[in-house]
Design a protein around this ligand. Structure first.
Ligand SMILES: C[S@@+](CC[C@H](N)C(=O)[O-])C[C@H]1O[C@@H](n2cnc3c(N)ncnc32)[C@H](O)[C@@H]1O
Length: 226
């Protein structure tokens, strides 16, 4: 077989990234240049990134991206930015972008806190999704949880007035913490009395379905920017 430099690059990338599949590596190589936005310490021009002006929704920690692609496909009139640090997840969502021909999705592979601070202009987002953030369930690790007061203040500042923040978790004590922290942020207002009914646009994940069958709970929280 003739030497193929692209194939060679993909295979060596798979070796370096460990659990990355060949299909994910191929998606990174082929679709990355178009759909991955490089992290920069400068505000991102949404109109330039998407080639149009539309409401922008940011998702933090999209994992393998199944929920992200489902939502983006169902809302073609909106644009979505997914932020994730995990390379196989980024490859997986790029693969879905290619398979489903999605044009309203861009990805940033970087820490979400830095992305929000550096790239997302104040009052610019129509919505933020944080689905099943790492629970850090051991008491001594609780402080590593993403949804703490300073981060929620940062998120609220990036939302446009009337924009929403939707969080979901399957850890009850994290749900309690979210309700407390989001409820204490003066820029946010709860859309429900406490937890919100699951919005129809958020699909149930396989993992969630399994949990529900075992009697585990899931809590959604939807707050809007005042
Ligand atoms: C428990 S997983 C949930 C993934 C997905 N939202 C879902 O519902 O299946 C949490 C994800 O958040 C990502 N993550 C954690 N901290 C992050 C950060 N600071 N910036 C970007 N992604 C982060 C992790 O890599 C992981 O993929």
């Amino acid at each position: 077989m003739l030497y193929d430099p692209t194939e060679h690059r993909i295979r060596s990338f798979v070796t370096r990234a460990g659990r990355l599949s060949i299909a994910q590596a191929r998606a990174l190589e082929e679709l990355g240049p178009k759909f991955l936005v490089e992290y920069a310490k400068a505000p991102l021009d949404f109109e330039q990134a998407f080639g149009r002006r539309a409401p922008v929704i940011l998702e933090i920690g999209f994992g393998m991206g199944d929920t992200t692609s489902h939502i983006a496909k169902g809302m073609p009139e909106k644009d979505f930015i997914g932020v994730e640090v995990h390379t196989p997840g980024v490859g997986s969502l790029l693969k879905q972008i290619g398979e489903q021909d999605l044009t309203n999705l861009r990805l940033i592979q970087h820490d979400a806190v830095e992305v929000l601070n550096q790239m997302i202009p104040p009052a610019s987002l129509a919505g933020v999704h944080v689905f099943f953030p790492d629970p850090w369930h051991k008491a001594r690790h609780n402080k590593r949880r993403l949804l703490q007061p300073p981060f929620v203040k940062l998120l609220a500042g990036r939302l446009a007035p009337g924009g929403y923040l939707h969080c979901a978790t399957d850890w009850e004590d994290y749900a309690v913490q979210m309700l407390e922290v989001l409820g204490a942020e003066p820029l946010l207002q709860n859309t429900a009395e406490g937890y919100a009914p699951q919005p129809a646009y958020r699909p149930l994940t396989k993992f969630e379905n399994r949990g529900i069958k075992l009697g585990h709970g899931v809590w959604d929280l939807v707050f809007t920017k005042k």
